[in-house]
Design a protein around this ligand. Structure first.
Ligand code: XBP
Ligand code: MG
Length: 253
């Protein structure tokens, strides 16, 4: 029986990468007079590196004006990352990062049904707090039984650590919960932890090989185009649909 639903954050709750983190990284470069800028398309390529600090360090390899010694690079990455997170929080507070359609509704379904929810993300805790406080209010934390972020799970997705920690804190086995993800690394992290996964493609990941997912679609707000098909007559992907897919999962047996 389904006991919990675990939410990814970036790309799943909102289009936070293109309109949030990317913009904030560029503002951080500007704040420190660093001449680098990440275009929408280039940032899409950089997303193959998970973790903001890791992404910065990876990109420094192509800049001849980046510090040459390793420890200076790390210090600069730390500084840029801290600034990026501060800019990100401001962008969120300015109301520029809405939740994706259907997310708030599915959260409400879970609450009405008494289904526990958790957050499993390898983004920094400050980013999660900014986003969820903005959309769910100051008591957002009470809506989730567990909130595991990069600080607790330093091994970034696709490593399963974040999901393993979330399951441990819920005292659940993987076959008792379902994850919602948007990216190949996120899907892999959940699958490697043994969890059934629902994929809602985000802007940067409109298509990828996801045969191992429980269900795949483009938005929780619509039932068209999902594989397997969503039940006829429903207007969105609601908890009864998630439960129906879950019950068909070999992982849920
Ligand atoms: C997404 C990530 C993060 C964000 C940036 O994680 O890989 O690195 O891009 O956040 P998820 P940080 O999909 O698990 O939420 O700068 O805090 O790493
Ligand atoms: Mg994601």
């Amino acid at each position: 029986m389904l006991q919990a639903l675990l939410w990814d954050v970036d790309g799943t709750l909102g289009e936070t990468e293109r309109d949030g983190h990317r913009v904030a990284f560029n503002q951080a470069f500007e704040s420190l007079d660093v001449p680098w800028r990440w275009s929408e398309a280039y940032y899409g390529e950089l997303l193959s590196v998970t973790g903001g600090r890791e992404r910065l360090l990876h990109d420094m390899q192509r800049h001849s004006d980046a510090p040459s010694d390793e420890s200076a690079r790390r210090t600069l990455a730390e500084q840029l990352h801290r600034l990026k997170n501060a800019h990100y929080a401001r962008i969120v507070r300015e109301g520029r990062l809405p939740l994706r359609p259907g997310v708030a509704e599915l959260m409400s379904d879970c609450e009405r049904a008494g289904l526990r929810m958790g957050i499993a993300t390898t983004t920094s805790r400050s980013n999660v707090t900014a986003l969820l406080e903005q959309h769910l209010g100051p008591k957002w934390h009470s809506r989730f039984v567990t909130v595991v972020c990069a600080e607790e799970a330093p091994k970034k997705k696709p490593d399963p650590q974040v999901y393993q920690m979330a399951l441990a804190s819920l005292r659940l086995h993987a076959h008792e919960a379902v994850a919602i993800e948007d990216s190949p690394a996120g899907m892999q992290a959940a699958l490697s932890a043994g969890l059934p996964v629902i994929v809602t493609h985000s802007g940067y990941f409109p298509a990828f090989r996801s045969d191992a997912a429980l269900a795949v679609g483009s938005s929780l707000a619509q039932t068209e185009g999902w594989r397997p098909r969503a039940a006829a007559g429903a207007e969105r992907i609601d908890l009864s649909q998630i439960t129906a897919w879950f019950e068909r999962s070999p992982r849920a047996q």
